[in-house]
Design a protein around this ligand. Structure first.
Ligand code: PHE
Length: 374
């Protein structure tokens, strides 16, 4: 039989207690028979509806009807019962929603009036920033960006770049090899690429000429770390292949790039050099953008350029016909196409640009150092 709020005759504490116990017993019994959301809504309305719900009737039949001298106690009792009913109704809903589910909802309730949590903003790493700046200078010239694997085969890192079998760069002294490769043919052995040049070959294998690409990426060499060396560093490679590309194109392109990177007053200078995959090859110098080429900073010698007024920035040259031979079948006939290539160390450029005196600072993850680029 459904509970019905009685008219109280006995307003004494004992009478109130009996009536309250009866009400709570009924609440519990009805709550336990609620099996689904529809039943719960009926249950809720029966107890809490503003019009003739149990709580409203409590107000009318107990509180309003109470004699003046009992009002205080009846009021307290009714308030407690209201609180118990509200909790009981909410608990019944939780039970319908699968026990823990309901309390999880409660636990995860968000107070949207609280202020938000401000997260510190990160910053682009100075080396990545430099890589991106170099790349964007060439992108403006119509170059596209290519990337390749850091774990590379001997074939792409050396053989297809015209390194003779016993070239010193292949020596353990310079190259970090992946262990356990001895059973493989030399060309298939894995190593950590020592430069970004293997991506020249990888790209020419998949794209026909004409080609204009830049290749940013990580490279490794077996150098012990010190202020100017790191076993891991970054390069940006460039390659342009077309009919009638000449050394003048190489010089014009790189001179323009250096002026965009370091300022229009910078001058470039090319000095003969050697790389197995370019012929002729050159090292390119730029006037020291620290001392402006004077070799001095006031009364002091300029350290970055060792007082020479020039800083060596990259290696470059005309693509060796022997390299084209490896990708001849994809349209790179050395008799028909020519090209130039260059490669520069991005970390070194970042060091010079930002006046950092130790390359290790870039890689040991000290937030106090990195925060300066925020
Ligand atoms: N790969 C060369 C190096 O790491 C740089 C280079 C790239 C030179 C392209 C010529 C042409 O030193």
């Amino acid at each position: 039989m459904a509970y019905k709020v009685p008219r109280l005759a006995d307003f004494s504490p004992a009478g109130l207690e009996t009536a309250a116990r009866e009400l709570l017993g009924a609440l519990e019994a009805e709550a336990s028979s609620v099996g689904n959301e529809t039943e719960w809504k009926i249950f809720r309305d029966r107890w809490m509806a503003r019009k003739s719900g149990v709580l409203t009737l409590l107000n009318d039949l107990w509180l309003k009807a109470a004699p003046q001298e009992s009002k205080r106690e009846v009021g307290q009792c009714v308030n407690q019962l209201k609180a118990r009913v509200e909790v009981g109704v909410e608990a019944a809903l939780e039970k319908v929603h699968g026990g823990a589910g309901g309390s999880q909802l409660l636990a995860e309730r968000v107070d949207i009036t609280l202020p938000g949590i401000r997260r510190p903003s990160g910053a682009e790493h100075p080396v990545i920033k430099t890589l991106n700046e170099i790349v964007s200078v060439f992108r403006d010239l119509g170059y596209s960006v290519e990337e390749g694997p850091v774990v590379e085969t001997d074939y792409y890192n050396f053989e297809a770049l015209n390194f003779p079998p016993h070239h010193p760069a292949r020596d353990m002294q310079d190259t970090l090899f992946i262990a356990g490769q001895a059973a493989k043919a030399q060309c298939d052995r894995l190593l950590l690429r020592t430069h970004t040049s293997p991506v020249q070959i990888r790209t020419m294998e998949k794209m026909k000429p004409p080609l204009r690409i830049v290749i940013p990426g990580k490279v490794h060499r077996n150098d012990p770390p010190d202020a100017s060396h790191s076993p891991m560093f970054h390069q940006v490679e460039g390659l342009a292949v077309d009919t009638n590309i000449t050394f003048a194109d190489l010089k014009g392109t790189l001179d323009h790039a250096m002026k965009s990177l370091f300022g229009s007053s910078v001058k470039t200078h090319f000095r003969p050099s050697f790389f197995p995959f370019t012929e002729p090859s050159a090292e390119m110098m730029v006037t020291c953008f620290i001392c402006g080429g004077s070799g001095r900073r006031g009364p002091d010698p300029c350290r970055p350029c060792k007082t020479t007024g020039w800083i060596e920035i990259l290696g470059c040259g005309m693509v060796d016909p022997n390299v084209f031979e490896f990708v001849k079948d994809n349209g790179y006939d050395p008799k028909k196409v020519s090209g130039f290539a260059f490669g520069m160390g991005a970390d070194r450029i970042a060091i010079l640009k930002y006046g950092v005196d130790d390359i290790q600072l870039f890689f040991n993850g000290d937030v106090r150092f990195l925060e300066q680029w925020r």
